[in-house]
Ligand binder design. Structure first.
Ligand code: HXC
Ligand code: NAP
Length: 283
């Protein structure tokens, strides 16, 4: 799909880059010539991923960091600059989430998710932004969800946090454009990962089947589809896209939103009958 050098020489930080979608996006960036810092809390996980991605070409460094802690984030970003020379792109992908009736949430349950998703994104953006502003160039790509704007029951901390990240994306698209920094977001629909599925689609509840049924394209997303979109959005080819959130969900959220979409369930024969009735009435 792309020139093999699309991201050649770009230095990219991927938070939550050791697993799931972060790993898949990082892997595609490496194939397209980027140098990477992969960061998350678990050192062994990011080290294994870094070793795997090094085989694809560029430099890949694993730096452990909890995005909730601004001091750790500051150190991780400083080390990135020392080792790679600069930061061109920040991918805020790290997240925490679980399903729960809202009335069962403790204050700490709510705060934990807000701390990872919203505060963590802010800490990384602030620390990397300092270098980007100095260089007068940079791209910040935030991973949100479609319930950032629809809201969703049973994932209230995540919905509130992702809504905040979306607001941050749009706010900084304007405020930091003067420093040559673009801010963009992707809202993925359902993409199977161990992290998300173990927490949001526990086996035996038929959730995956229901997820597929809700998507107009009747399938889940493939990681490469998201990775290609992310590669394009962070590349210089997308240099006039700023403040946009791109949805990649097979039409899922619109399926729930359109008032008449439920009419999908009406069989063809019933439509025919309605048509015949209408014509008869006109005559
Ligand atoms: C209610 C819960 C809970 C649950 C934890 N808590 N799980 N409350 N229901 N299922 C509460 C705990 O009781 C505790 O509150 C507080 O949350 C913190 O829990 P800890 O386990 O101590 O937190 P921590 O070890 O920091 O782990 C954070 C985590 C965990 C978010 C709970 O799941 C994690 O590390 N997740 C990272 C990866 C992840 O979540 N990936 C999925 C992203 S998928 P108390 O009061 O008892 O102290 C995603 C998809 C979106 O975002 C859209 C999909 C379509
Ligand atoms: P995942 O594999 O669980 O990814 C979450 C990552 O965040 C992990 O690598 C985790 O690593 C890291 N992380 C969690 N807490 C952290 C912290 N405090 N500091 C640093 N890193 C932390 O799940 P995923 O499905 O790939 O999710 C990736 C992104 O896509 C998330 O933003 C998620 O909200 C979004 N998303 C996913 C889907 C989907 O269907 N999969 C749909 C919509 C949006 P450690 O545990 O090692 O820290």
């Amino acid at each position: 799909m792309f020139d093999k050098q699309l991201l050649s020489g770009k230095n990219i930080i991927v938070t939550g880059g050791g697993t799931g979608l972060g790993k898949s996006m990082a892997s595609r960036f490496a194939e397209l010539g980027a140098n990477l810092v992969i960061t998350s809390r678990r050192k062994d996980v990011i080290s294994d991923t870094a070793k795997e991605l090094q085989k694809l070409g560029g430099e890949v460094i694993a730096i452990p960091c909890d995005v909730r802690d601004p001091d750790q984030v500051e150190k991780m970003v400083k080390q990135t600059v020392e080792e790679l020379g600069s930061i061109d792109i920040l991918l805020n992908n790290a997240a925490g989430n679980f399903i729960s009736p809202t009335e069962n949430l403790s204050p700490n349950a709510f705060t934990t998710v807000i701390d990872i998703v919203l505060n963590g994104t802010f800490h990384c953006t602030q620390a990397a932004g300092k270098f980007m502003r100095k260089n007068k160039s940079g791209v910040i790509l935030n991973i949100v969800t479609t319930y950032a704007w629809t809201g969703s029951g049973y994932v209230v901390p995540s919905a509130c946090a992702k809504a905040g990240v979306l607001a941050m994306t749009r706010s900084l698209a304007v405020e930091w454009a003067k420093y040559g920094i673009r801010s963009v977001a992707i809202a993925p629909g359902p993409f199977p990962t161990k992290g998300a599925w173990s927490r949001l689609a526990p086996p035996g509840m038929g959730i995956e089947k229901k997820m597929k049924a809700r998507v107009p394209l009747k399938r889940l997303g493939e990681h490469i589809e998201l990775a290609n979109l992310a590669s394009y959005l962070i590349s210089d080819q997308a240099s006039y896209i700023n403040g946009e959130v791109v949805t990649i969900d097979g039409g899922e959220w619109l399926q729930g939103a359109g008032e008449m979409n439920e009419l999908e369930k009406i069989p063809k024969a019933a439509w025919k009958l309605l048509e015949m009735k209408r014509k008869k009435k006109k005559k």
